[in-house]
Ligand binder design. Structure first.
Ligand SMILES: Nc1nc2c(c(=O)[nH]1)N[C@H]1C(S)=C(S)[C@@H](COP(=O)(O)O)O[C@H]1N2
Ligand SMILES: [Mo]
Length: 210
């Protein structure tokens, strides 16, 4: 008898959980399509589109591995409502790549490209956040294949679909364009604290016409 003590976390008990999210034990695997096979000799990371000098930049896997490594502690919030809190992501901050391959002054958004043509668009300000990181490691261990090895993006302030696994490049854009899930009913911006899950919730200015 008495009041049921739910295992559901209340907002007071879990201040780190955005509205509508619940904690998940372990680390589920969520993505569309098959897990790509990593072929180091074919892998390259490209920055292209509206770069400051008009040239693209390209790193092979060995070159990319030599870029400066740092870590960021960040949560993962899947739009299907599970969250994982407090992971330490290791890799190359987006800021580092922006310094190495500066965007033209009129760049407003980026498209992050992954294997099989998966993509996600970000506002430049979300991409240039000092906590946005191209992760090769989680909690000191290399990513596993299903979690995005050799490289995935982590954008701490946004739902996890904004961070492609098996990422292969970044396109600098001078106007916004929807990525894979953003074309298929998910919110163009995707801030979990504002519960921006679906495109029907978008307000004028949140994204290009559907
Ligand atoms: N390439 C690719 N990356 C992706 C996805 C995808 O479908 N393809 N799904 C996203 C979604 S919806 C989530 S919640 C996270 C899940 O990451 P995880 O499987 O490592 O938990 O990956 C994101 N990255
Ligand atoms: Mo997700």
């Amino acid at each position: 008898m008495g009041h049921p003590v739910g295992r559901e976390s209340s907002p007071a008990a879990q201040p780190d959980l955005p509205p509508g999210q619940r904690l998940q034990r372990g680390w589920p695997v969520t993505h569309y399509g098959p897990v790509p096979r990593f072929r180091p000799e074919r892998w390259e990371f490209r920055v292209f589109g509206a770069t400051a000098d008009g040239d693209k930049r390209c790193w092979n896997h060995e070159e990319f591995s030599e870029l400066p490594y740092s870590t960021v502690v960040a949560d993962l919030h899947c739009v299907t409502k599970f969250s994982m809190l407090g992971a330490e992501w290791g890799g190359v901050p987006a800021r580092t790549l922006l310094d190495l391959a500066p965007p033209a002054p009129n760049v407003t958004h980026v498209m992050v490209w992954a294997e099989y043509g998966f993509s996600s668009n970000l506002r430049l300000a979300d991409f240039t956040s000092e906590r946005t990181i191209f992760a090769t490691h989680k909690d000191g261990e290399p990513l596993t294949a299903e979690h995005g090895f050799p490289l995935r993006l982590i954008v701490p302030g946004l739902y996890a679909w904004k961070g492609p696994k098996w990422v292969r490049g970044v396109e600098y854009m001078t106007a916004d364009r929807r990525g894979f899930w953003e074309e298929r009913g998910y919110h163009n911006i995707g801030n979990p604290w504002r519960e921006q899950r679906y495109s029907y919730q978008e307000e004028p200015g949140d994204g290009p016409e559907l």
